[in-house]
Structure formats: C-alpha cells, structure tokens
Design a protein around this ligand. Structure first.
Ligand code: P6P
Length: 317
C-alpha cells in the first residue's frame, strides 16, 4: 500500500503535511545518493547558528523542507537547525514544524546513514505571523513526528497520534510503500549505543549504567553489545527494530548534552512512546520538558522500556 492509499484509508488532519514532507524526503534521498556527482559533498564556507560548518547537503535539505512547507497550506511556521530564527510560512496555517533537515550530515563523506527528523504542533496563536511561543511547546502537545532514514534503503517512520507507521521507498514505483502500520519498539534489548570515547566526561549515573551493560551476567544476556553509528537517525532506527538504548547523556561539563530538544529529542521520544518505548533526560520524561529556547539542547536516554527504566533507577538512586 502506498502512502497516498494509506492516507485515503486513514485520513488525519496532517496527512497533507506528512505527504508533502515525504515528497521532499525523496528529493533529499536522491541528492544524498548522488552527492558526489551533483558536487553536493563537502561544505559551504558558512557556519550555522550551531557554530557548525554547513555541509552543502544541509543547506540543500533545508531548502527542500522549506519548499515542502510552502507547498502545504496548513503550515504556518518553520523552525530548522539550519536557521537562527523562525520563519512564517502561511499566515492562515494551523501547524508549526521543527525540523533537523539532515541529521548526521558529518557522516555524508563516509556514506553512513543520515536522515531528516521533524515534529509537528498546532500553533498556539490564532492566525497571522507565528512567534516563538508557537514553537516552545512540550512534546506532550505534539500532534505528529517522524524521521526519514537515507541508508541502505530510504525509510520513513512517523506517527500522527495513533501507532508508528513504517514506509520504505520503492525506487521502481517512485512511491513510499507500507512496511508496518504499527511498529513496536521491543521492550527489552541487548544493545547499548553511546560514544564510549567520552567515558571520562560522563556523570556517575551514565558510568554506572555502562558498567551494568558491560558486566558479565548470563541470566540476562550481559554483556550487551555496543553499536554506535554517530548518526542519531541510524542509531534510533536500529533501536526501533532490534531494541536497545541510545544515550547522548549530560557530561560533567555539559548538563544539557549535545542533541536539540525541539527537533531531535522530542520527535524521537514522541515516536518511541507511541511504539511502547521511552525517552528521558535522566530524571525527567523528555515529553514533559518545557522548552525555553528554540535551539536548546537536552540529554537523552531513549529506547527499550526496560533499559531506560534501568538507567532512571540508577540515576535516581
Ligand atoms: P558525537 C550528528 O552530528 C549528531 O548530531 C547526531 O546525529 C549523533 O547522534 C551525534 O551528533 C553524534 O555526536 O559527539 O558522538 O560525534
């Protein structure tokens, strides 16, 4: 079943928006696969609001996602990792979007999986130009979220409030085709995913949790395996499929970790919870956090319920 037919059978208020993003993602996927021949590898001599060197594909993907929003009348506003401020799109639109147009772009040159991550809220203001308060909303108020993975295949995983849908792009038909209409994140897992090179900077709870994962305990299949791609969408898709836990925790010097709350931690936690998993920052549920700035960061521990609960138990002890 194609995405179009799926939405015919399961209409939602944001079907048009999701379909527009799907079309945009196919353009991004094709550019990622042909980056070298399209001279889209490498970077522009620009630095984005994050202080990161802008990869040519970051800039291209951001423009594609903005165009997707301009093509969808229900979108009122746009926030992107690549833009310093918010952008008003359609003043009569109902929804605002927070997006990481190309997460993991530093992995482009090594052909590792990269992707697009987005979250959707209903605007709080009635109409007209959007303002920051339309975006600074909790994950519990999200009306949808998703990510596209540009890897060995192009995958689209999203939820509009019910279950998590998984589609795969069929290059022959040029369509996203349904793989699963209710993807569940395994409650248990045997994989932990963290940049263990930062061990010396981790807070005690993270060190204790890594020691738990690597201890020999045959009763529950420990030691677990370490898998870390260094691209959140790649590590998270594996977690949805195989179970396990992904951690980008706070460090002794950096209480907020590295990943962005509005367009990385909240969408991934929204999806994880819709699939039976969980996302926390250590003590708190990610979806309960009240964002106070557009590009704020958050620590994140996310994945199989059993493993995230174990981390939280250690954190609170
Ligand atoms: P580190 C990619 O740059 C990214 O934003 C995420 O996709 C990924 O999970 C993380 O950073 C990797 O960060 O510090 O381990 O290289």
């Amino acid at each position: 079943m194609t995405l179009q037919d799926f939405f015919k059978n399961n209409p939602t208020p944001i079907s048009g928006l999701i379909a527009s993003f799907a079309n945009g993602s196919i353009k991004i996927s094709e550019s990622v696969r042909n980056a070298a021949t399209l001279s889209l590898t490498g970077s522009l001599d620009e630095v984005n609001v994050q202080g990161e060197i802008v990869q040519k594909l970051d800039d291209f993907s951001n423009r594609v996602m903005m165009d997707a929003c301009h093509n969808e009348p229900s979108v009122a506003g746009y926030l992107s990792e690549e833009n310093e401020g918010i952008t008003s799109i359609h003043e009569s639109g109902e929804y605002v979007i927070a997006v990481d147009p190309l997460d993991g772009s530093s992995n482009i040159d090594v052909a590792a999986p990269i992707g697009t991550i987005f979250a959707v809220w209903k605007r709080k203001s009635k109409s007209g130009a959007v303002d920051e308060s339309d975006f600074l909303q909790k994950g519990t108020d999200c009306v949808g979220a998703g990510f596209m993975l540009y890897g060995s295949s192009t995958l689209f995983l999203f939820s509009t409030g019910e279950g998590v849908r998984l589609f795969s792009y069929n290059t022959a038909s040029g369509q996203y085709e349904l793989v699963k209409d209710n993807l569940l994140l395994p409650e248990k897992g045997k994989i932990y995913s963290i940049n263990q090179g930062s061990m010396s900077k981790f807070e005690d709870a993270t060190t204790q949790f890594v020691n738990y994962c690597t201890a020999i305990e045959k009763a529950d299949s420990r030691p677990y395996s370490l898998r870390y791609i260094g691209s959140m969408v790649g590590d998270m898709y594996r977690t949805f499929v195989k179970g396990g836990v992904f951690l980008y925790p706070a460090t002794k010097g950096d209480k907020k970790g590295k990943l962005r709350l509005l367009y990385e931690c909240i969408p991934m936690s929204y999806l994880a919870e819709k699939a039976g998993g969980k996302g926390i920052d250590g003590a708190n549920r990610i979806l309960d956090l009240q964002p106070v700035s557009l590009h704020e960061r958050s620590a994140i521990i996310i994945g199989s319920l059993e493993l995230v609960n174990k981390y939280q138990e250690i954190y609170n002890s």
